[in-house]
Design a protein around this ligand. Structure first.
Ligand SMILES: Cc1cc2nc3c(=O)[nH]c(=O)nc-3n(C[C@H](O)[C@H](O)[C@H](O)COP(=O)(O)OP(=O)(O)OC[C@H]3O[C@@H](n4cnc5c(N)ncnc54)[C@H](O)[C@@H]3O)c2cc1C
Length: 325
């Protein structure tokens, strides 16, 4: 059963910021993740501030530099189906298609997708784990088959968003607004690693909101894609996901965005592969080397080493598919 809370629906951003400064106030976008968390007692909120009636947060528009601005309240379905997104950033459109089920995509928003809470079964279950203020990550000696192989420290959850890695690969920025004003943060710096703070998922401070995400104009010769491997055909979170945004000129890579989902507590940029690919042709030898390099810094846990095999295979298949386009 849902606990009791005050539900407030402001009509302007300034009103929303005032409401959000109250203790325990949380933002409600589509509610697909938030309401489940409140119902299951993952965290508590005295005040739920729905931002659904704030017009500035809606819609997808081309911006002056040729990039695209996507309002935080834009649904995942709108992103998946929008002509500008499909034409300029097919990898992002594909990532959106891979989110949950049609109902979740129709209701879920981009802001909520970036800010959703971890899916770790210890965090979501009745365990007072480190992320909930306890002193242990139960995954370390527990059922860690769905946990991270990169970036684990005190907490070993994986970041659940499919859209976030596609946006990181495209060098997109999150627009944040709060009582102290506006700021912009690259999506690649928006999520917080456990080594910095195991109880925080994003850089947002109390009272702040994601208002939009802007994606820069596609580089010349950009090819983008998103591949998600999950345990079943129906809705599920990524075991391993790979977002690519690779620019090619005269048969050679000029810029590579290579970002993983399902394997780290934040969307995981494979810097070593991003540095390795530029200047090379995507031939079979390069692709096998890139797939080997992608595993270099992985540290599997007792039950999740299979993610290494998956990652290698996905990297080879996706780079091969990209080279043939
Ligand atoms: C069964 C199920 C399957 C799912 N499968 C997937 C999947 O495969 N891939 C995937 O990526 N996601 C998945 N999700 C997660 C999620 O529901 C969707 O990603 C959705 O996009 C979240 O958006 P929302 O607007 O409903 O978020 P909400 O539930 O409204 O919010 C989620 C969190 O973000 C915060 N928030 C919301 N909007 C803002 C904002 N503008 N600024 C700051 N904070 C904000 C809320 O306070 C809350 O903590 C799944 C969820 C469920 C329940």
């Amino acid at each position: 059963m849902l606990p009791q809370f005050a539900y407030i629906r402001p009509r302007s951003l300034s009103e929303a910021f005032r409401m959000l400064l109250q203790d325990d106030a949380v933002v409600h976008g589509g509610g697909t993740d938030l309401l489940g968390c409140l119902r299951e007692g993952v965290f508590e909120a005295k005040t739920v501030v729905s931002v659904r009636s704030i017009p500035e947060l809606k819609g997808i528009q081309q911006i002056d530099d040729g990039g695209v601005r996507i309002g935080a309240l834009t649904t995942i379905t709108e992103i998946a189906e929008h002509p500008l997104v499909k034409e300029k950033y097919p990898g992002l459109a594909k990532a959106a298609v891979e989110v949950g089920s049609p109902q979740l995509r129709n209701q879920g928003t981009l802001g909520g997708n970036l800010c959703q809470k971890p899916r770790c079964w210890y965090y979501r279950g009745e365990f007072h784990c480190l992320r909930k203020g306890g002193d242990t990550c139960y995954a370390v000696d527990g059922e860690n088959q769905f946990h991270c192989i990169f970036g684990g420290d005190s907490c070993f959850m994986v970041h659940p968003s499919d859209a976030a890695p596609a946006l990181v690969a495209l060098d997109a920025k999150v627009h944040i607004e709060g009582p102290k004003g506006k700021r912009e943060v690259p999506v690649g710096e928006f999520h917080v690693l456990p080594s910095k703070d195991p109880q925080k998922e994003t850089v947002l401070e109390q009272g702040e909101l994601v208002t939009a995400v802007s994606v820069p104009p596609p580089a010349a010769g950009l090819r983008s894609s998103y591949r998600k491997v999950r345990a079943r055909q129906s809705w599920d979170f990524a075991l391993v996901g790979l977002a690519l945004a690779v620019a090619m000129s005269a048969g050679k890579v000029t810029r590579a965005g290579v970002v993983l989902s399902g394997v780290a507590p934040v969307p995981w940029r494979l810097m070593n592969v991003e540095e390795f690919l530029p200047g090379r042709t995507l031939d079979p030898e390069t692709i096998v080397l890139a797939a080997d390099i992608s595993l270099e810094r992985a540290k599997p846990m007792e039950l999740n080493a299979y993610k290494m095999t998956l990652l290698k295979g996905v990297m080879e298949e996706e780079l091969t598919a990209l080279s043939a386009r």
